[in-house]
Design a protein around this ligand. Structure first.
Ligand code: HEC
Ligand code: HEC
Length: 302
């Protein structure tokens, strides 16, 4: 029996199949002419109705790919939701807090409409009047169009990947990549059941789950119910990715949770019905810090 267990361990262990989390590819996708065009568009406030907002206004690439505000302001009042990071968004199966969008293309259309109040005819005219833009669009897409703007933005977003997190090095066999505390945190993350929801290559992003299985999170947000109208979707949210989570405070869909410590202890209480000790919280937080990767070689700042 022991031998069998050992063999099982060796088989699963060597294939890496036993781990609920997979590493990101080691090498970031290379820039392409389309992604370079998209990069410029991502930074360009001329895409917005006001002429003052660019995607980077809320998704700061020099920070965690988000902003530091609980909820960004829109002309109509505060945004209903906290800004998630754009880093590694290509690996999420579901997008947005409600998990109601499946592709980056659909998302970019919503972002332009809702978050940037785009005036398409004006934007297409502006881009066509700019000789650099006009030439790039002509070469890559045969001309300037809504579909082309979105395709280029998405081509850029697909390069926003942050490899080389200590945890990824650990998963590839470098046991020294994590501190003892981070290793304890990872064991706890699996043992308690955090990894039942936060798993896969993005440590989340591929499930939709009820927030508040064991208690109520104080929010009036109906969750996915708002888009589906089905009673079973009340309070259901997309399980967010925890990659780079140490850089993306504040937390939760309403941005009301200020620290990672608080987010972790709330999760244990609400999702697992467990009250963590201070030491367990610190171990889990240390583990979450090991999920910070690099975008530029110099890394990303909080
Ligand atoms: C005013 C702030 C703001 C601006 C400007 C903005 N976003 Fe966002 N972005 C958000 C918020 C808030 C969400 C979450 C929306 C939700 O879940 O309801 C989001 C979600 C996203 C997501 C989904 C991430 C995920 O994992 O769910 C992507 C991708 C994204 N934005 C890309 C863009 C792009 C591309 C632009 C520019 C065209 C842009 N955003 C402009 C605030 C902004
Ligand atoms: C039953 C599924 C489930 C389990 C188990 C679970 N989570 Fe979550 N987690 C979620 C959902 C859903 C959210 C989004 C909450 C929201 O919408 O505000 C979330 C959010 C988070 C956040 C905030 C991320 C952000 O960007 O705002 C952290 C950190 C987190 N979880 C860590 C943990 C840890 C640590 C554990 C184990 C103690 C855990 N989770 C267990 C489903 C789960």
């Amino acid at each position: 029996m022991r031998l069998f267990t050992l063999l099982l361990f060796l088989t699963l262990g060597s294939a890496g199949a036993a781990e609920p989390i997979l590493p990101l590819p080691e090498i970031r996708p290379a820039a392409t002419p389309a992604s370079r065009l998209g990069r410029r568009l991502f930074h360009d406030p001329r895409l917005s109705g006001s002429g003052r907002l660019s995607c980077t206004h809320c998704h700061r690439l020099d920070r965690g790919g988000d902003d530091d505000r609980p909820r960004p302001p829109l002309p109509t009042g505060p945004h209903p939701h906290n800004t998630p990071t754009v880093f590694n968004a290509r690996y999420n199966h579901y997008l947005h807090w409600y998990g109601d969008l499946d592709t980056l293309e659909e998302q970019a259309r919503v972002a332009l409409q809702r978050d940037m109040q785009v005036d398409w005819p004006a934007v297409l005219a502006r881009l066509s009047a700019d000789p650099d833009y006009a030439a790039s669009f002509r070469r890559l897409y045969g001309g300037v169009s809504e579909t082309a703007v979105i395709a280029a933005l998405v081509a850029f977003e697909r390069t926003l990947v942050t490899p080389d997190a200590p945890f990824d090095r650990f998963l590839r066999g470098d046991t020294e990549a994590l501190t003892p505390r981070q290793r304890r945190g990872y064991v706890l993350f699996k043992r308690l059941g955090c990894s039942a929801c936060h798993q896969g290559v993005n440590v989340g992003g591929n499930l939709r789950q009820k927030l508040g299985v064991f208690g109520r999170y104080p929010s009036d947000d109906p969750g996915r119910f708002a888009v589906t109208g089905r009673p079973q979707d009340l309070g259901v949210f997309r399980v967010p990715s925890l990659r780079n989570v140490a850089l993306t405070a504040p937390y939760f869909h309403d941005g009301r949770v200020k620290t990672l410590e608080k987010a972790v202890s709330l999760m244990a209480e609400l999702q697992l019905g467990i009250r963590l000790t201070e030491a367990e919280i610190q171990d889990l937080v240390a583990f979450l810090h090991s999920l910070t990767g690099r975008w530029k070689p110099e890394g990303i700042r909080p």
